[in-house]
Design a protein around this ligand. Structure first.
Ligand code: CA
Length: 226
């Protein structure tokens, strides 16, 4: 479960953030003050903290400082949120250890891009962000797949196959290439087995089955349906 802790006292902004995170496969935790946030700052720790600048009980800078000084929480990337676009604030935030800084209002796309960027910078191998493509969501951490918000149960091979496709979209792969990337190397797999797994995967993702396209004479491709 990829938890993201939102520390923001403005309910409408907090709920908007939670909604966007949920849509993108994260598990949002909400806190309106530092006091409330403390309840969420324990094992398993959130993978990111979104921290508002001005809070009722403690200001964001002080919180960032405390989190970065505590060895239990110092590894968690912090993205500061502020209403003011002031260079001085940005510098202050980064000085106490915040990993990034966003000025309100920002788009959902920008938020998700920033979260992924801090993950890549701070913990490249530990955190695998959920992948979302045109209504299909795959979370590599929890091994969950959702199609248009509905959970889909996939066996390990179909999960790996979909993971491979979603991380390598818009490219054609031959059956041999798919076997090399997806299947265990010490097992002999026939090309036909790929066709069978593809058929089952398409059936499992139902409405989105057209995203897995047969390329005649070549193999398969995963793509957004035009
Ligand atoms: Ca505030």
């Amino acid at each position: 479960m990829n938890k993201v802790l939102i520390i923001e006292d403005e309910v409408s902004i907090r709920e908007m953030l939670a909604f966007v995170l949920e849509q993108n496969g994260y598990h949002p935790l909400q806190a309106g003050s530092f006091q409330e946030a403390k309840e969420h700052l324990n094992v398993p720790y959130p993978s990111t903290v979104l921290l508002d600048w001005m809070l009722p009980d403690e200001d964001g800078i002080q919180i960032a400082k405390q989190l970065k000084q505590d060895e239990k929480t110092q590894h968690i990337p912090i993205i500061m949120l502020t209403a003011r676009d002031e260079e001085e604030d940005k510098i202050k935030g980064l000085e106490v250890g915040a990993d990034d800084y966003m000025t309100k209002p920002f788009s959902p796309k920008e938020l998700i891009a920033r979260i992924r960027a801090v993950h890549r910078r701070t913990m490249p191998s530990e955190i695998e962000d959920p992948i979302v493509e045109d209504g299909v969501l795959l979370d590599p951490v929890s091994h969950r797949v959702k199609v248009m918000g509905n959970p889909v149960d996939l066996g390990p091979t179909k999960f790996k196959l979909l993971h491979f496709f979603m991380t390598n979209p818009d490219r054609v792969y031959s059956r041999e290439q798919l076997i090399a990337h997806v299947w265990d190397t010490n097992v002999y797999v026939e090309n036909r087995t790929v066709d069978v797994q593809i058929r089952r995967l398409r059936k499992a993702i139902g409405k989105k089955s057209k995203m897995i396209q047969t390329v005649r004479g070549s193999g398969y491709r995963f793509s957004r349906v035009a």
